[in-house]
Ligand binder design. Structure first.
Ligand code: NAG
Ligand code: NAG
Ligand code: NAG
Ligand code: NAG
Ligand code: NAG
Length: 355
């Protein structure tokens, strides 16, 4: 018996070591908006964009609100799971300490956040991308103190960086006439302004040590229920979709240019725009029943800023593409994440869990 067990034990130990080495302490640093927020805004108590009440999180863990603007997982959750990476906690999570950061990374994403500082100022509190990078610099200083400069440089140099931003710069800035950007720019000059700001931000992250970075492009944001509500036909807002496509083209070119020119940088552009559009156009082909209305609605009152405890939910959440006026459901996020990984040629190493 003992003789039979030994090779197995050795093989197991080697396998575990290999898994350990492959996974190392590679962690993620996530920068984004409500599509990636895992709780930061819940600690920004004055923010108008919070997912702190039911029915947010109803299909996640024990079903309690957890800060995600979704019934379940975000695209970044699923992409990370499939790559075998731990889910980083929210920067403002009070339990965040050096050990947690070392093992899990940090998520700085904040509902309402934009590439531009002024985006979503009506929400009162949110972390813009520049603010998130400032917070990241604070994390770096903190870790340097805890583990030393050389170990910190290695740790931050090996991390996977995710930046997923841009929708709010349109929805909660350029497209709202209360913001001066909406009359200062036209669509083309606004996208250029966004992309040149993004360039400075990605270069700053590189200067801070980021070498492996994925930027997630925008989806067909003219088809979110809120945008459809604003068209007389109930169809997608094509002018908004055009802005998203224009942004994706220019941001994709920027990411490719930076990846080619910055030493040791592997910057990738992840997106699933056409695929998401096809889900919206032909929901039945993907197992959905509704791609127009949000699953969470407040009677006939539309649009509502968030899903509320007074709202009612659709019968089958896995049949809806959209969870609320702005955000896709867990099921839609899963399909989008898998397609994004496929287009990036990333092999799925872990199946992940469903919450
Ligand atoms: C944006 O905000 C950051 C601080 O978060 C600041 O350093 C920067 O100068 C601001 N940029 C502009 C264009 O206002
Ligand atoms: C690029 O990688 C090489 C090998 O690891 C390293 O010696 C060099 O300092 C790196 N350069 C930059 C700018 O990261
Ligand atoms: C699908 O949608 C139709 C019309 O909106 C509805 O009558 C039907 O009950 C839905 N089916 C499911 C399984 O949700
Ligand atoms: C993925 O692989 C295909 C085919 O090998 C290639 O054409 C494409 O450029 C790759 N995409 C990325 C993002 O590396
Ligand atoms: C993940 O697991 C589920 C059920 O456990 C299975 O149906 C699915 O095919 C798996 N997916 C991958 C990518 O391994």
């Amino acid at each position: 018996m003992a003789r039979e067990r030994k090779p197995l034990a050795v093989a197991l130990a080697v396998a575990l070591l290999l898994v350990g080495l492959c996974r190392g302490d590679v962690v993620q640093f996530i920068f984004g908006d409500s599509l990636s927020d895992v709780g930061n805004n819940n600690y920004l108590t004055k923010s108008l964009a919070r997912a702190a009440t039911p029915w947010y999180g109803i299909d996640f863990g024990r079903g309690m609100p957890n800060g995600r603007f979704c019934n379940g997982r975000t695209v970044a959750d699923i992409v990370g799971d499939k790559m075998g990476l731990p889910r980083p906690p929210a920067f403002l999570d009070p339990s965040l300490d050096a050990d947690t950061i070392f093992k899990n990374g940090v998520n700085y994403a904040s509902g309402g956040g934009g590439i531009l500082n002024e985006t979503s100022s009506l929400f009162i509190q949110r972390f813009s991308l520049y603010k998130q990078i400032e917070l990241f610099q604070g994390t770096q200083a903190f870790m340097r103190e805890k583990i030393g400069g050389a170990a910190a440089d290695k740790f931050f140099g090996e991390g996977q960086y995710v930046v997923a931003m841009g929708a709010n710069d349109f929805i909660n800035n350029y497209l709202l006439p209360v913001y001066s950007d909406s009359w200062t720019y036209n669509g083309d000059t606004f996208v250029k302004h966004m992309v040149s700001t993004l360039e400075a931000q990605l270069r700053l992250l590189y200067a801070l040590g980021a070498r492996r970075l994925t930027f997630f492009g925008l989806g067909p944001m003219g088809c979110i229920p809120l945008q459809r509500y604003l068209t007389s036909s109930g169809g997608c807002q094509e002018s908004t979709n055009k802005l998203a496509k224009n942004f994706n083209t220019q941001a994709g070119a920027l990411v490719a240019r930076l990846s080619a020119s910055l030493p040791n940088a592997t910057f990738r552009f992840g997106e699933a725009y056409d695929y998401f559009q096809d889900i919206i156009d032909r929901p039945y082909m993907y197992g959905f029943n509704n791609s127009r209305a949000p699953c969470c609605t407040l009677g006939r009152i539309r649009p509502t800023l968030t899903c509320t405890p007074l709202s009612t939910l659709c019968k089958d959440r896995s049949k809806y593409v959209f969870w609320d006026e702005y955000h896709p459901t867990d099921k839609a996020n899963e399909l989008i994440a898998l397609e994004t990984l496929r287009k990036l040629n990333i092999t799925v190493v872990s199946n992940g869990t469903s919450s």
